[in-house]
Design a protein around this ligand. Structure first.
Ligand SMILES: NC(=O)c1ccc[n+]([C@@H]2O[C@H](COP(=O)([O-])OP(=O)(O)OC[C@H]3O[C@@H](n4cnc5c(N)ncnc54)[C@H](OP(=O)(O)O)[C@@H]3O)[C@@H](O)[C@H]2O)c1
Length: 261
């Protein structure tokens, strides 16, 4: 049985970086999942490990089922499942385009649950589930409400999943970064521009992924990259209302409280 890593969101940003980092882990195959076939092929072409490009739209049940079916047919020994695919949109939750809101919920939540459920039966002791969560999972985030709620869902789901797969020897890592310098930010701002201050403490995808794999090797449950993000999460855990107030204040201080877009 080939030893495989499955990485969603592999066409860009953190997912592509995970593929590069997993290239050195002695796997037989890396499966790259996202919508853009060309971008996936480009990432795959830089890998030494043999790879399989799986173009799928994870915002649709059909796209998710396609990946699940492939897993079931091939029945590989899944050593890593890395759930990176995700998107966010700034804006008051009631004003964001309905299709974008739906995609956020489908990709950020449904695809994590459905792909994980499809992969667990093909995992064995030592296998790892890694999922991109966010600092936003800890804060009631003004003008990032749906995204933050979707990540809070992932966080809660991972906490329960960890208990459920413990006896199988499978580990679960929540990766909760603050802002990372990737095209994700362009997507988030496509609906509404945010004050520059909101993006404080931005880190690189290389640092996020290197820390995540280090934390996974050490059997940690959560990986948080960067001092500012660690401080924000600490604050949000102990003083959640203050953390939300502070996040909103960063927007309001810009001087256009009602509708900056
Ligand atoms: N960047 C940040 O500031 C930040 C901070 C905290 C958490 N995160 C989380 O980190 C993860 C990775 O984000 P990133 O920064 O690497 O963003 P990115 O560079 O924009 O990458 C997002 C990935 O998700 C894939 N994706 C989006 N919609 C999809 C769909 N419908 N079906 C399949 N794949 C889809 C994209 O591929 P295609 O377009 O080819 O489909 C792309 O590969 C996300 O879950 C995000 O929420 C990011």
């Amino acid at each position: 049985m080939p030893r495989v890593a499955i990485v969603t969101g592999a066409s860009s940003g953190v997912g592509a970086e995970f593929c590069k980092a997993l290239d050195a882990r002695g796997l037989d195959e890396i499966w790259l999942v996202a919508r853009r076939k060309g971008a996936l092929e480009e990432v795959a072409s830089g890998l030494k490990t043999s790879s399989r490009v799986v173009p799928s739209d994870l915002s649709t049940p059909e796209g998710r089922e396609e990946v699940a079916r492939l897993v079931s047919i091939e029945s590989p020994d899944i050593r890593f499942l890395v759930n990176c695919a995700g998107l966010g949109r700034f804006g008051d939750s009631f004003s964001i385009d309905a299709a974008d809101t739906r995609s956020m919920m489908e990709v950020n939540m449904s695809s994590v649950v459905e792909l994980t459920s499809a992969c667990v039966p093909h995992m064995s002791p030592g296998s790892r589930i890694i999922a991109l969560c966010s600092e936003a999972a800890y804060v009631a985030a003004y003008r990032l409400g749906v995204y933050a709620a979707s990540k809070a869902f992932v966080r809660s789901y991972l906490d329960a999943l960890r208990l459920e797969v413990e006896d199988r020897g499978i580990s679960v890592l929540e990766v909760s970064p603050g802002w990372i310098d990737t095209p994700f930010i362009q997507g988030v701002e496509s609906s509404c521009k945010a004050p520059a201050k909101v993006f404080g403490g931005i880190v690189s995808k290389e640092d996020v992924v290197a820390k995540a794999l280090r934390d996974s090797d050490r059997g940690r449950r959560r990986s948080v990259c960067g001092l500012k993000t660690r401080a924000t999460i600490g604050l949000a855990v102990h003083l959640p209302r203050f953390a939300s107030w502070y996040w909103r204040r960063m927007w309001r201080r810009q001087g256009s409280p009602a509708a900056p877009f």
